[in-house]
Design a protein around this ligand. Sequence first.
Ligand SMILES: Cc1cc2nc3c(=O)[nH]c(=O)nc-3n(C[C@H](O)[C@H](O)[C@H](O)COP(=O)(O)OP(=O)(O)OC[C@H]3O[C@@H](n4cnc5c(N)ncnc54)[C@H](O)[C@@H]3O)c2cc1C
Length: 414
Amino acid sequence: MEGNRKRIGVIGGGASGMAAAIAAARAGCAVTLLERREKPGMKLLATGNGRCNLSNRDLQVQRDYRSRSAFRLPVFFEQFGVKDTVRFFESCGLLLTERNGGLYPRSMQAEAVREALLEELKRWDVDVVCGCRIENIRRDRLFYISSGREELCFDRLILACGSAAGLSPKNAADGFALVRGLGLEMVPLLPSLVALRCEEAFFPALAGVRCAAQVELHVQGAREEVWRERGEVQLTDYGISGIPVFQCSRFAAAALQEGKRVSAFLDFLPEYAPEQWEALCGRQFRLCRDKRVLTLASGMVAAKTARVLLRLCGLHAEDPVGEETKDRIFALFGLMRRFPVTVTGTNPISQAQVCAGGVSLNEVTDHLEAKKVPGLFLCGEMLDADGRCGGYNLQWAWTSGIIAGRHAAGESGT
Ligand SMILES: Cc1cc2nc3c(=O)[nH]c(=O)nc-3n(C[C@H](O)[C@H](O)[C@H](O)COP(=O)(O)OP(=O)(O)OC[C@H]3O[C@@H](n4cnc5c(N)ncnc54)[C@H](O)[C@@H]3O)c2cc1C
């Protein structure tokens, strides 16, 4: 104890670690935040394309989060939810704004979020130590942690090391190495919110296309599609990307890891209901009878996509529509709505936004204290909880960070 103040060490100065340090310092503890990189909160700057989508007004835990122990998740959001996040940032002097439910700093600059957190750490006298990579944890009534150079001692420890998602291997987090020696059960790590790599040779011809589409993911052995999402899809020289693809990527990653076949169907005109679509096809076929097949197709989908679809249907771009059979033209229309691709992998974790998996939620109490290691708390991406795109992952970082910080400051087992 420092005087009679409890000493708390927070390993990792990212979103959850900064939140945890502030919560523990506000509760009266002497807090040290240890960050491996030259500054805290570096990943925050890249979030939301530099705008930091830090939460979402429309949060439904079972819909928006995944975990092998998903039944444990509601109890955490009951302790610190979206409204608490808004109040927390307001208490740090940061105004927020809402776009389609997503919450952002009013300036729409991620730097403002980082700055507000750094100033709050300063205000509460948190000792921020950068360039300090913790390599070892030893517990002997107190916690001893070492960075190679020196050993530090704390009454309580909070692990907030994040994951390797979005980081070059040089900067990749190694927090999971720290927990391995503590005997905590780990759910295997997988990249999530990441682009999918596909088998088909036509992808280089589609590279650069961005279009409104629906992605339907299918996994071998599952009776129905496992995920369906609409939005802007990006076609790349290796496969499919964009938010709808990110949203289904963790299911693809998990199935591929289990050795299952994974495929997706793209619908390039998802806004048409079946009756409207039938009428539209009939009209397009009539109207374009004297036009080139390519003109018909590129009037409906992006030109690069149109060329690939024609090739797959055995149609020639320059031939008049009227010289083709109705069946062949309608096969083209069918492919626009159900374009199959074979998913062979995901991009690496360095290009993912988050990782799925981590320390099992069964290993921690409702206050995020490790059941097997009293006095040790975990938060953020180190835990087996990952969210959809839309501010849900940062919301988890604030939720879990504040809970860990508050309860590390309290009595063990409270
Ligand atoms: C490109 C990109 C965009 C994103 N956009 C959004 C978005 O708009 N909205 C959203 O909700 N989520 C977004 N995310 C996800 C979000 O950034 C993460 O979920 C969140 O940052 C996780 O917080 P964390 O505290 O667990 O980990 P991090 O923020 O990764 O922090 C962990 C910290 O621990 C440090 N560390 C690791 N090991 C050690 C060690 N041994 N010793 C000392 N320090 C260590 C690391 O250097 C790092 O600073 C995005 C992610 C990426 C990559």
